[in-house]
Design a protein around this ligand. Sequence first.
Ligand code: ASP
Length: 321
Amino acid sequence: MTAATPKIRFPHRHLLGIEGLSPDEISELLDLSESHVEQNRQTDKKRTTLRGRTCINLFFENSTRTRTSFELAGKRLGADVINMSVSTSSIKKGETLIDTAMTLNAMHPDVLVVRHPDSGAVQLLSEKVNCAVINGGDGRHEHPTQALLDALTIRRRKGKLSGLCVAICGDIMHSRVARSNIRLLSIMGARVRVVAPPTLLPAEIGRFGVETFHHMKEGLKDCDIVMMLRLQLERMNGSFVPSVREYFRFYGLDYAKLKVAKPDALIMHPGPMNRGVEIDGELADDIDRSVIREQVEMGVAVRMACLETLTGALPQSGGKT
Ligand code: ASP
């Protein structure tokens, strides 16, 4: 497959969030990602656009999908990829975030992918290093590559983003996925709703430019996409829901609640999924409705596009580079 030729220059050194990206920049990243989807399904998945480059994945929080897909993305583009495990690094010995960043910076990486439990930590780190930094999720702030892979999944299935009605349901308050998706979908002209109990909505929700619902049957009515979120227990101080059973009864997605959405509405979830808490297990596996596996697949393509774009190592048109 012929690689896409980027039409615009990406003027950002880092990818710290969706905030600040233009509709053209988002479309450009999605187009480039699209060009990798087919190639990732072939036996020979290797490219050389990042040959000679070094990518370091520095994860201060657990991750399955994001870390693995950044690793695969870098390797498929020919880069050297290092995974820094916080549990075996000097961070355990008390080294600060900035000292760790400076140490890694001295080894001349081209890209640092960073996940951190504190909102703003990745931005702070990006100010201290010479290489490009990609935010792999910081606290409840942003998770830009998740929003991009969600957008790619939707665009491939629905052919567009603009004009679609997207309901994001569950723990909005603690979710960086919700914040990045609200930003991206709004920039691209989709209508965004959030559906959650009042205790799981951030106080500043009025400034997000979304419609707010407290009942699934109202929030899901006639929507094109239903995006479910996990209860982010690791970010909760105290109890935000009476019980998991009650939460599932009122906010867990099942076939009955889904009935009010459009008949071709798609179900999404960024993972990790808690079956029987925010989503019915059978529905999550229903290949006629759920695109959860496809989201994971798109994650690799999107991360390849982000690595190429930020390093300026963009493929030329006309074939395999
Ligand atoms: N994997 C996503 C994140 O890192 C969603 C989640 O953890 O629930 O934010």
